[in-house]
Design a binder for this molecule. Structure first.
Ligand SMILES: [Zn+2]
Length: 383
C-alpha cells in the first residue's frame, strides 16, 4: 500500500494556495516549489519561457535522478498560474475539504497538482524506491492559452510519456479532450445621430443581435460546445453604432463537428449582414462582416492501450483503487504535449467547481492521486 504524508501534503497545498500567482506572475510560487523539489532531492532550473510570454518567471523543470538503470523517464506536470479573482487567497479548512472565504478562487486548479507531485517525490525518496528518472514540469500561463506548455524547452525534458494533474476526480484519467477555435466577429454598419437622422444609420449592434439570436450555442452535442462571451461596440446611447465586435469559441472532440459549428456561426453572421442595408442620399450602404477563426489548441487523444494509461490503471488497482479513462470538455497542458509528440494523460486531483469563488478541494482525493502516482513510479521501474 503506497502511503503519503497527509499532513505535509495539506500544509504544502495551503502554503502555496496563499501565494498569489496569476498568469505571468508565478515567480513567488515557483521559488517556493523549487525549494520544495530541491528538499526532495531534485535538481531544478527554469527555461526561457518568461521572455516569450512576458512573465516574471519561466517554466520550472526538475530532474530526479534514477536509482535503477534502464527505466524510461516519466513526466509529472502541473501548472502554477491561477485565474482571477485569485489574489489574497484565504483557504478555509473544514475537515477534508478546503474552500475559500468566497471572495477568490482557491487555486486548487492547479496547486493541488503541484503539491501532490512534490509529495510524490518526498515519498519516493523516503521509501527508498527503485525508480527511473522523473521529470517534473511546473508550467506558467496555462490559463491564458496553454502558453507555458507551448513554449516549454523540450530539450530540458527527458521524458516522452507521463501525466498532467489538472482535472477533478482522481478516479478519472482523462485521455480525450476537444480541439478549440477562438472566434472573433466584427460587424460594421453606419453611424448616425439616433434622434435626428436615424434613417441615415445602420446599427451594427442590431445586426449582430440578429446573427446571435439565430445561432446554436451552448451544448451542441455530447462532444461539441460553443459560446459567445464578449461583446464590445457603440459609443453612446444617442449614436447609432457603426461597429461591434463579438468574441467567442467553439470546441469539439471531433474535428468535423468543430468545423461544422464554426461554419454555422459564420453563416449566421453572414446572413444577418447580407440582409442589413440602408440607402443614404441615393447610395446603398451594406453592413459588412470581418471574422477570424484562430485555432486555440489541438485536441488530445491518448490511446486506451497506451503504456502510460495501462500502467496508471494497474497502479491504482494494486493499491485497491479504481481509475477509469474519461473524456473532458476542457483543454490543458496535455493537449499541447500530445501535439508536441509526447504521450501524456491527465489525472484528477480533487479540485472542484474550478474558475469560481466556490472552488473547493478534497484533500483525500489529492492524496489518492499522490498514492496512485507513487505506485505508478514503482510499477514503471519493474517493467
Ligand atoms: Zn488547470
Amino acid at each position: 500500500m503506497a502511503a503519503v504524508n497527509h499532513e505535509r501534503l495539506k500544509q504544502l497545498f495551503l502554503d502555496i494556495a496563499r501565494i498569489d500567482s496569476l498568469s505571468r506572475c508565478e515567480r513567488d510560487v515557483a521559488m517556493r516549489l523549487k525549494h520544495e523539489l530541491e528538499s526532495a532531492g531534485a535538481s531544478c532550473r527554469f527555461d526561457d519561457t518568461a521572455e516569450k510570454v512576458r512573465g516574471n518567471v519561466g517554466n520550472l523543470i526538475a530532474h530526479l535522478e534514477a536509482t535503477r538503470e534502464g527505466v524510461a523517464p516519466l513526466l509529472l506536470c502541473a501548472h502554477m498560474d491561477t485565474v482571477a479573482p485569485g489574489e489574497g487567497v484565504k483557504p478555509v479548512v473544514e475537515g477534508d475539504i478546503v474552500r475559500t472565504d468566497g471572495t477568490t478562487v482557491l487555486g486548487g486548479d492547479d496547486k493541488s497538482g503541484c503539491a501532490l507531485i512534490c509529495e510524490v517525490l518526498h515519498q519516493v525518496r523516503e521509501l527508498g524506491l527503485a525508480h527511473g528518472p522523473v521529470d517534473v514540469v511546473f508550467t506558467v500561463c496555462e490559463e491564458i492559452g496553454l502558453l507555458g506548455a507551448r513554449h516549454l524547452d523540450l530539450n530540458l525534458v527527458r521524458a516522452r510519456e507521463g501525466l498532467v494533474y489538472d482535472s477533478d476526480s482522481p478516479r478519472h484519467l482523462v485521455v480525450s479532450a476537444p480541439s478549440a477555435q477562438g472566434l472573433r466577429f466584427t460587424v460594421r454598419g453606419l453611424e448616425a445621430h439616433a434622434g435626428m437622422v436615424p434613417e441615415r444609420g445602420l446599427s451594427a449592434i442590431k445586426v449582430a443581435a440578429e446573427a446571435i439570436a439565430a445561432m446554436r450555442l451552448g451544448r451542441i452535442d455530447d462532444e461539441t460546445t460553443a459560446n459567445l462571451g464578449v461583446i464590445r461596440g457603440g459609443r453612446a446611447g444617442n449614436i447609432i453604432p457603426n461597429e461591434v465586435t463579438v468574441n467567442g469559441e467553439a470546441r469539439s472532440r471531433d474535428g468535423r463537428k468543430l468545423a461544422a459549428q464554426v461554419q454555422h456561426m459564420v453563416r449566421c453572421f453572414e446572413d444577418a449582414v447580407a440582409q442589413a442595408a440602408v440607402t443614404v442620399d441615393g447610395n446603398r450602404v451594406q453592413a459588412r462582416l470581418e471574422y477570424r477563426a484562430v485555432p486555440a489548441y489541438a485536441g488530445m487523444k491518448v490511446a486506451e492501450d497506451a503504456p502510460i494509461v495501462r500502467k496508471v490503471i494497474e497502479a491504482a488497482r494494486r493499491i485497491g483503487r479504481e481509475v477509469v479513462t474519461a473524456a473532458t470538455g476542457g483543454g490543458c497542458d496535455a493537449n499541447i504535449f500530445n501535439h508536441r509528440g509526447l504521450v501524456v494523460a491527465n489525472l484528477g486531483t480533487g479540485m472542484h467547481d474550478i474558475h469560481t469563488v466556490r472552488e473547493w478541494l478534497d484533500l483525500r482525493e489529492m492524496a489518492a492521486a499522490a498514492e496512485v502516482t507513487v505506485e505508478l513510479i514503482k510499477l514503471h521501474a519493474e517493467a
